[in-house]
Design a protein around this ligand. Sequence first.
Ligand code: ATP
Ligand code: MG
Length: 561
Amino acid sequence: MSEENSKRDFIRDIIAEDLASGKHETPVTRFPPEPNGYLHIGHAKAICLSFGIAQENSTAGARCHLRFDDTNPVKEEQEYVDSIQEDIKWLGWDWGENLYFASDYFEYFYDCAVHLIKNGKAFVDEQSSEEIRAAHGSVNKPGKESPYRDRPIEESLDLFVRMRAGEVKDGEAVLRAKVDMASPNMHLRDPIIYRVLHETHHNTGDQWSIYPMYDFAHPLEDAKERITHSLCTLEFEVHRPIYDWVIEHCPVPSKPRQIEFSRLSLNYTIVSKRKLLQLVEGGKVDGWDDPRMPTLSGARRRGFPPEAIRAFCEDVGITKFNGVTEMARLENEVRRVLNTTAPRRMAVLDPLKLVLVNMAEDHFEEVEVQNNPEDGSAGTRKLPLGRELWIERDDFMVEAPKKYFRLAPGRVVRLRGGYIVRYVDHVSDQESGEVSEVHCEFLPDTIGKPPPEGVKCKAAIHWVSAAHAEDAEIRLYDRLFDHESPDAAEGGFLSVLNPDSLRIVEGAKIEPGLGEESKGYLCQFERLGYFCADSRYHDPGTKVVFNRTIGLRDSWAKKRG
Ligand code: ATP
Ligand code: MG
């Protein structure tokens, strides 16, 4: 699937044709995030498409620009500019020298606007925003032309200069393109292309008091950077006529072409920066990089490998049809990658004491455990083993059904990488009735060997030496929403947050040395899933905090039946 030549879709076909026909020699694409939030998994699809096309056509000199579409001073921040760059790099893409800011083109946008006014293609409208809205018409009803539409060019020019100079208050005037108030396409009904905003911009400070609108600025940004193929999501299809109008009527150095593809939507989550911001600001999550968030920084903190996200985007493919993709597909890619890359370690989340009654109290030995039991290629490590061990509470049952092959009265089980042990008896708490200790005898000479004659051993359980184990906090994550399409929930997405999406387990026991691993360290806890040392709370050797990246199997598939 990752074969270069198998990546075929209608956009790559168009580009191949343009190269073959000589229309273009060098494809140039761009990824144009607005720095008003962190990138999410939907953006990954757009990133992999535009950067992927540049990479596949590198022999033709192709490139992909990272351009911040930072034309709105109100919601944009440096924090977002930084995080977006970090996330794209993490995903494995490189814009090289091609880092641009739309705000660096403010002077160019302004010149284009003046050009339009001088050519009778734009005018300053002094109606209030309510009046403009009321005259906009509807799908079935044409709009009404503004009384200012045919004012003298000189008058518009003069007013526009004064808008720039800061002499006009917010909302008192706008610049509108003169297109067609009767157009069936609402975006062509004399769209506003500049508004007055007395706001400080993260890049240009207080230099400007007018700011261009997306429909005007975006095509000019593309043209200025000589983008050949401007790839965006389907909701921009209805904006394409105004995109083309701007290119046709402004002094542009090149003529880019906009092509739309379908957005990525995932079930059980939301991909909208605006809504994700609500979760962050409402304190519903632990920041943009909360491991439950569909953001790229959340995925990273959770332990999702970037190659899994890239493989997922490739697998989803590029089409013109909007649909909902199963979160399980992304999770399966994560499992597929981690299965071959994550070393195996032992940890016990819900510890129960196991005492090997036939082992001396001061006896300790080292057993050699495979780092990857399936093929052994990842080598081995030595783990201490003594009389007292921790095992998982649910690996012991007082009254076990027939199909339960783990530890129970009368049963025998193998300690993974160690001895086979046989049940002797157990101790229960008098008040709660809860089992507090299980006693077993180990069968000598069974490490790395099949069970002795007549002994039936059908399972291996994980364990850690009680004398050597380190304490850890384990964070178990589940889906952030327990509704398949949170956006469609009756009470809105905030009403279907999964109350069990984070469970913090304190007092877990992990094998010695594991707590020294650095932030971001990823491994499989045998039989439990994949886990990653938290990049915020884990402090090597001091406070051990692991996130569960993902379970070994899709537990939701089972729940759904
Ligand atoms: P959001 O709705 O989350 O705010 P946006 O489209 O407003 O997303 P931008 O920063 O403007 O965010 O997006 C940058 C690029 O990413 C755009 O070209 C947009 O088409 C693309 N993009 C955004 N969301 C998705 C998605 N879910 N699937 C594919 N591409 C997306
Ligand atoms: Mg946008």
